[in-house]
Design a protein around this ligand. Structure first.
Ligand SMILES: Nc1ncnc2c1ncn2[C@@H]1O[C@H](COP(=O)(O)OP(=O)(O)OP(=O)(O)O)[C@@H](O)[C@H]1O
Ligand SMILES: [Mg+2]
Length: 406
């Protein structure tokens, strides 16, 4: 792969993170700048107020530009939200010619056969990722082109998303004068940053618990097997603490981060209290932890319901990898192990090949941000969305920028 500079915007419910990186070669990435600002105008992963979202996105981009010294013209963007759904579908074609040689046009035909399924009104195909091919009954062929056979089958992971939700997101980004290079489903991006090849091969569940959504991806035999989005995450925990303990939201948020502990069976002194950083707010430590733990228990139950099988040991012998900002919660790994009965580890997004201005990225909250760049460096599938670039308005905007250096 040729060296290239790419940017990505992780439009999260609580923060917007823009990253500029130089992909020097596969697995060798220099981060040139990161701009992180609090997010406004988003709810449960989707844009609900275009003006507010646009302002936050623009300031995150500006910060990344200032730090990197690079002008961002376009970026890869993550998609999440409960409007996303996924299914595995099958396609089959005959190889009609005498030589029975599989050519790239046969691959195209079989992929298009596997994509041919009814998409609900208002939804569109976001990804169609081939999982594996079968040639004349020979399973798990990775590269069928150039091989001989009569019948080619493909298993494809199909992801659909709401046209209006995605259009609003794209519109917000483009209104800041930036083109969208491509869209990537967030759990796919996060997985890219936190999973090892061995885990994907052996079977693993990746759960990214953010502020507004919990993004799930299951990998088996090296390929994506299942994706799902639950519209519940850290924001709802804080909101429950605020209501349950009669605290302002920002104090509840600080207390959750500073004192929240969900270790199962933890014995907490009934009298212990915790205090807010300011304004003299205080609460019972036990009450605080009880609220956070019961919310997280519920969340793991929702995760179990979203998995294709409740037998996690068979589905994912390599265990559960927790990431996203909420994965910072103390004791969450032990709680996850107790609930899903598989090994649990936290997935930090920084791998050996990512260097440069990375200090801020060494937190589980940045799995999607880093993953959006890794998705490109690892040459993963382009989305099926076909985002419109430039256009009359965008074209003129970019020309003006070039002429007037704005
Ligand atoms: N130490 C901590 N303990 C508990 N929760 C934490 C901690 N640190 C961060 N969080 C929570 O993580 C959440 C933010 O995570 P993240 O940055 O991954 O979300 P996001 O990308 O903005 O949102 P989403 O991906 O859901 O749209 C917040 O709810 C925050 O309270
Ligand atoms: Mg996120």
């Amino acid at each position: 792969m040729v060296h290239k500079i790419v940017s990505a915007i992780d439009v999260g419910t609580t923060k917007i993170a823009t990253i500029v990186a130089d992909i020097k070669s596969q697995g060798n990435i220099e981060v040139l700048g990161v701009g992180v600002v609090p997010s406004r105008g988003l709810h449960k992963g989707i844009v609900v107020n275009m003006d507010e979202a646009k302002t936050s996105i623009a300031s995150s981009i500006k910060e990344a530009q200032t730090i990197s010294g690079i002008r961002i013209d376009s970026a890869y963007v993550g998609v999440t939200g409960r409007h996303v759904s996924s299914i595995n579908n099958h396609g089959v074609v005959a190889i009609p010619r005498n030589d029975r040689l599989v050519r790239s046009r046969d691959l195209k035909r079989v992929l298009s056969a596997s994509r041919d399924l009814p998409v609900p009104e208002g939804k569109k195909l976001l990804h169609a990722i081939p999982r594996y091919y079968t040639l004349d009954g020979e399973e798990r062929v990775k590269e069928p082109v150039g091989m001989h056979g009569n019948r080619l089958d493909v298993e494809t992971h199909i992801i659909t998303a709401s046209v209006s939700s995605v259009q609003n997101l794209v519109k917000c980004i483009r209104s800041t004068g930036i083109d969208v290079d491509d869209l990537i489903l967030e759990p796919l991006a996060s997985s890219e940053a936190v999973l090892t090849e061995q885990e994907r091969e052996g079977g693993v569940v990746m759960v990214d618990i953010g502020g507004g959504t919990t993004d799930i991806a299951v990998f088996r035999q090296g390929n994506i097997f299942h994706t799902a989005i639950i519209p519940v995450a850290g924001y709802q925990i804080t909101s429950d603490i605020a209501i349950g303990l009669g605290l302002p939201f920002n104090i509840a948020e600080r207390m959750k981060k500073a004192y929240g502990n969900v270790t199962p069976g933890m014995d907490i002194n009934k009298e212990a209290t915790v205090s807010g950083i300011e304004n003299g707010h205080s609460a019972s430590y036990r009450d605080l932890c009880d609220i956070v733990r019961s919310r997280m228990e519920e969340l793991f139950e929702l995760v179990l319901l979203e998995l294709p099988s409740t037998d996690c040991r068979t589905l994912a012998p390599y265990g559960l990898v927790l990431t996203g900002g909420t994965a910072n919660l103390e004791g969450l790994d032990d709680l996850g192990k107790a609930k899903l009965d598989i090994p649990v580890r936290r997935g930090r997004p920084l791998s050996a090949g990512v260097h440069g201005i990375t200090d801020i990225l060494n937190d589980t909250a940045y799995a999607t941000t880093v993953g959006l760049i890794l998705w490109q460096s690892n040459n993963r599938e382009k989305s099926a969305w076909k985002v419109r670039r430039g256009g009359l308005f965008g074209g003129i905007g970019n020309l003006m920028k070039k002429l007037f250096h704005i």
